[in-house]
Design a protein around this ligand. Structure first.
Ligand SMILES: N[C@@H](CCC(=O)N[C@@H](CS)C(=O)NCC(=O)O)C(=O)O
Length: 201
C-alpha cells in the first residue's frame, strides 16, 4: 500500500495531484509542515529532514516531491512519464529549474505580500522574490510561446511538477505572461488537479 505523509496545504499537494492522475489508492497521513508528528523519531527515520511530503510505497521510502512524482509516474507506466529520452530529460530539466528558480521565491513573495499578518510581512523579502519571479516567468513565457507543454507534445510529469509548485501563482496577476497564464489554467483545469486543490482549500 502507498502511504503519503503530508498535508495538501504543503508541497504534498503535488503528490496528491499525481496520485489522482494515476488513480492510485493510498493511505494519507495529513501532517502539516512542522507539526509534532513530523518531529517524532519514527517520522525522522522516514525523512531525516523532518519535512513533507514523504511516501512509503510498500517499504520503499522516498522524499522530495518532484522525485516522488517521477517515481510514481514511471512505476505505474503512466503516459505522464515521457517515453522519449529527450522529453524525459526536458521534464527533469523543468522540474529542477522550478526548484531552483521559483519554488521558494513564490512562497516568499505570496507570504510576505498577502498571506502573513501585515505586521509579519517583510517588504525586502517580497521585493527580492518578485524580482526573481519576473525573470523566471519571462523564461517560462518564452518556452510556452513555442510549445503548449514543457516536455514534449502532451501534458507530462514536467508540467505537473512545475504547475503544482506554482499553486500560489494562481492568485497572482499574470497578464504580463499570457502563455504562462494559459498553460497554468490548462494544467489546473485537469480533474486530478481540481481534486487536489479542493483538498487544500
Ligand atoms: N524540496 C522539498 C521541500 C519540502 C518542504 O520544505 N516541505 C515543507 C512544507 S511545504 C516542510 O515540510 N517544511 C517544514 C520545515 O521547514 O521545517 C520537496 O519538494 O519535497
Amino acid at each position: 500500500m502507498l502511504r503519503i505523509y503530508g498535508s495538501p496545504k504543503s508541497r504534498a499537494l503535488r503528490t496528491l495531484w499525481m496520485v489522482g492522475e494515476l488513480g492510485l489508492a493510498y493511505d494519507h497521513k495529513d501532517y502539516l509542515p512542522r507539526a509534532p508528528e513530523t518531529k517524532t523519531p519514527d517520522y525522522r527515520a522516514l525523512n531525516p529532514n523532518g519535512r513533507v511530503p514523504t511516501i512509503d510505497d510498500d517499504g520503499f521510502i522516498l522524499s522530495e516531491s518532484m522525485a516522488i512524482n517521477f517515481y510514481l509516474a514511471k512505476k505505474h507506466g503512466s503516459s505522464l512519464y515521457p517515453a522519449d529520452p529527450q522529453h524525459e530529460a526536458a521534464a527533469w530539466q523543468w522540474s529542477l529549474w522550478e526548484t531552483d528558480r521559483l519554488d521558494r521565491q513564490i512562497v516568499n513573495y505570496v507570504r510576505h505580500s498577502k498571506e502573513l499578518p501585515e505586521g509579519e510581512r517583510k517588504k525586502d523579502v517580497a521585493d527580492s522574490a518578485w524580482k526573481e519571479i519576473v525573470e523566471s516567468f519571462d523564461v517560462l513565457e518564452t518556452a510556452l510561446a513555442k510549445s503548449q507543454w514543457l516536455a514534449g507534445p502532451a501534458f507530462s510529469v514536467g508540467d505537473l511538477n512545475v504547475a503544482s509548485a506554482l499553486y500560489r501563482a494562481l492568485s497572482l496577476d499574470l497578464a504580463k505572461w499570457p502563455h504562462v497564464q494559459a498553460w497554468l489554467n490548462r494544467c489546473w483545469e485537469r480533474p486530478a488537479a481540481k481534486k487536489a486543490r479542493a483538498m487544500r482549500e
